[in-house]
Design a protein around this ligand. Structure first.
Ligand code: BYC
Length: 334
């Protein structure tokens, strides 16, 4: 993980689009003012492009690294049904990564560069995937809490001003909503089970609750990117606003499950019309971002091994594409 501000996307070339021109700038401002989409061929400020590359590539990396904590349980899922569901979910996450890498590529960065940024620690991925998954109940907590937080964060991103990102998010959110429900259902079944199963579910929720709240990013007064991203209609709500929405959504769901959220400060605030909740340990968040979480090293090492082991697939695909191109050239020439 990067220790400081990421450089992802800082040195990419615009894909054949002229540098700032007055007409382009006016059109860009108009697209934002009218809540329209900015498309890859539209003129856009270099900083807007750079911010999108940073966010979309980090989002893609999160999906791909996020396959690991759950992939860890595929061989140990407690039934054939659970195994099939978990495999489908992890495959969905690979698909999300591919949509997002493709969306980022429309901004002029290539996939190899993004992979390189991930594997060398220049690009970040979500803090949440640096936590370990020692029990089956963690599959429930990831679905309920992690995918639940992802939905809260990502539904507004369906309206992101950059067309390819917003459109990718629509499909991703549909799948995330299934993921969230399957996690809730795993926990519900455990909570209706034996005392040992209930204890396992509660213990897992205790570990995942605070890290899930941190997924929304640092508090607003410590979020350097938020103001500009909101002005560009990329982010639609601040980190703290989304975190609040998430807690408001979780409290009634926790009651249905019968689990206790591990925060003694949670209580309904009539005046605000929201649940109050306690402070989070932001030192822990920064430690994880600095690469010192429970599983940072193993996540990146596994990703690097998978990338190296997949070299023959990339080579074969390239050879096939070259052969097809030569064939097409031959047909055109004849
Ligand atoms: N983890 O100024 P801020 C999933 C960084 S995948 C790590 O608020 P911004 C799933 C931030 O990047 C879910 N880093 O930033 C997959 C920035 O550093 P840089 C992934 C974080 O961008 C598989 C710095 O802190 N979702 O659901 O305005 C299985 C300052 O922050 C985090 C997305 O990626 C973090 N949690 O807002 C199951 C959603 N938070 O880049 C589930 C798309 C902040 O300047 N991304 N940082 O070096 C976003 O919505 C925004 O990028 C964030 C951060 C809200 C995450």
């Amino acid at each position: 993980m990067a220790t400081s501000t990421s450089t992802a996307g800082s040195d990419i070339a615009a894909p054949g689009i002229a540098a700032a021109d007055a007409a382009g700038e006016a059109r860009f401002a108009e697209l934002l003012a009218t809540e329209s989409r900015v498309e890859p061929t539209d003129w856009m400020p270099a900083a807007y492009r750079k911010t999108l590359v940073r966010q979309i590539s980090q989002h893609a990396h999160s999906e791909i690294i996020g396959m690991q904590p759950e992939g860890n349980w595929i061989t140990r899922a407690p039934s054939l049904k659970r195994k099939a569901i978990l495999m489908a979910k992890v495959q969905d996450e690979a698909g999300h990564g591919l949509y997002l890498y493709s969306a980022a590529q429309t901004l002029g960065i290539d996939r190899e560069t993004m992979f390189d940024q991930l594997l060398t620690g220049k690009a970040k991925y979500s803090s949440i995937f640096n936590y370990v998954t020692p029990t089956w109940a963690d599959m429930g907590s990831i679905g309920w809490l992690v995918d639940g937080a992802a939905i809260c964060n990502q539904v507004p991103l369906c309206r992101a001003s950059y067309g390819p990102y917003g459109r990718a998010m629509v499909r991703i959110c549909k799948e995330e909503s299934f993921h969230q429900r399957q996690g809730f259902e795993i926990l519900l079944e455990l909570m209706r089970g034996t005392p040992g199963q209930r204890e396992m579910a509660q213990e897992s929720v205790n570990r995942w609750y605070a890290p899930a709240l941190m997924m929304f990013g640092p508090p607003d007064d410590d979020s350097p990117n938020s103001a500009q991203s909101m002005a560009w209609n990329i982010k639609r709500f601040s980190n703290d606003d989304l975190r609040q929405r998430f807690v408001d959504m979780l409290v009634p769901q926790a009651e249905v499950l019968g689990v206790t959220l591990p925060d003694p400060d949670i209580r309904w605030n009539e005046e605000r019309g929201h649940y109050d909740f306690g402070d989070l340990d932001w030192d822990e968040f920064h430690e994880v971002l600095a690469g010192r979480g429970q599983a940072n090293a193993v996540r990146v090492a596994n990703r690097r091994a998978a990338h190296d082991e997949g070299a023959w697939v990339r080579e074969a695909a390239r050879a096939y594409a070259d052969a097809r191109a030569t064939e097409t050239e031959g047909r055109i020439a004849s």
